[in-house]
Design a protein around this ligand. Structure first.
Ligand code: 5GP
Ligand code: MG
Length: 192
């Protein structure tokens, strides 16, 4: 395994800061989340709707930890420009209605920051008539401005401080998604 994928972030990358959640803790917590959530859907085979791209790693580990069969669907949400949040843009697959109508639906998202992404995704899914709609986010950020308005997740993996973070699916301009841990990121941006 290359150096940047070990517990200590790339020593030559000045933007990559402390590891907030190690790979081991992530795997243990996801096993615990799957065990805690699955009984809610006993005998009902849920549809897990993953919010791409950030949730790819979480979805892959969550479904493999899940003790029962599940179905998966991807929707895409984009809101960040580098480290700055913006308006949420959703891309839904054309057959989403067939996949979720009348089914128990669990939205799977990587990180809850302002809550805008989860609210938008849930609003779009509600309109398609799921039997019920819940959500799990792996990371919940404690924002400096206090708790966000909007729909809150039903399950949370980790509560983290208000830093921009990368790794375990989360990117900065397309990079760092492959890191198996979550690390603080301090971009060296010019012009601001
Ligand atoms: P929200 O809409 O709740 O403000 O933000 C949720 C989305 O913004 C997440 O699904 C994630 O894609 C992105 N996001 C929020 N905070 C961070 C962060 O610290 N790092 C990265 N890489 N993405 C983030
Ligand atoms: Mg996201």
């Amino acid at each position: 395994m290359s150096r940047r994928k070990t517990m200590n972030p790339e020593p030559n990358d000045p933007a990559l800061g402390d590891v907030l959640v190690s790979a081991d803790r992530l795997q243990r917590r996801i096993l615990g989340l799957a065990a805690a959530i699955a009984p809610t859907y006993a005998g009902r085979r849920p549809v897990l709707v993953a919010v791409m791209q950030g949730s790819a790693a979480f979805l892959a580990d969550l479904v493999r930890a899940w003790p029962e069969p599940v179905d998966t669907v991807h929707v895409a949400a984009e809101s960040y420009d580098g480290t700055r949040p913006g308006r949420v843009r959703l891309t839904l697959p054309p057959d989403l209605r067939q996949q979720v109508a009348g089914r128990p639906v669990l939205v799977v998202d990587d990180i809850y920051d302002t809550g805008a992404t989860l609210s938008e995704v849930c609003r779009a899914l509600e309109a398609l008539g799921p039997a019920d709609l819940r959500s799990v986010v792996l990371f919940l950020k404690h924002r400096a401005g206090g708790p966000p308005a909007g729909r809150s997740p039903d399950w949370v993996g980790f509560e983290i401080p208000d830093h921009f973070v990368v790794g375990y699916g989360l990117d900065y301009r397309g990079r760092y998604r492959d890191l198996p841990y979550l690390a603080v990121f301090r971009p060296v941006e010019s012009g601001r």
